[in-house]
Design a protein around this ligand. Structure first.
Ligand SMILES: [Zn+2]
Length: 91
């Protein structure tokens, strides 16, 4: 399942569902995702290539998604602070 597609597909069937992280797609529901350490600043796939310059600094959402695929974190500097997703956070 492509990242970002879980909205709507699962949100409608799971009660009290949390928001999907726009970067790793796990349903952590946090502003700063503990699984990939992306900070949700409202950026979504539509403008994923743009560097918003907010809490995520100089990386765009697509950069963060790529980093997560490679390093398991939205930025290599976060690899030591992220944690594995829990089973109830799976997209
Ligand atoms: Zn995440």
């Amino acid at each position: 399942m492509p990242i970002g597609e879980c909205h709507g597909r699962l949100a409608s069937v799971i009660e009290q569902s949390l928001d999907c992280c726009p970067c790793c797609a796990y349903r952590t529901g946090c502003t700063t995702c503990p699984v990939c350490f992306w900070t949700d600043d409202g950026q979504r796939d539509a403008d994923a290539g743009a560097v918003a310059g907010g809490p995520n600094g100089d990386i765009s959402l697509s950069d963060a998604q790529l980093n997560f695929a490679i390093y398991g974190a939205s930025h290599p500097r976060y690899v030591d602070v992220v944690r594995p997703p829990r089973s109830d956070e799976l997209p």
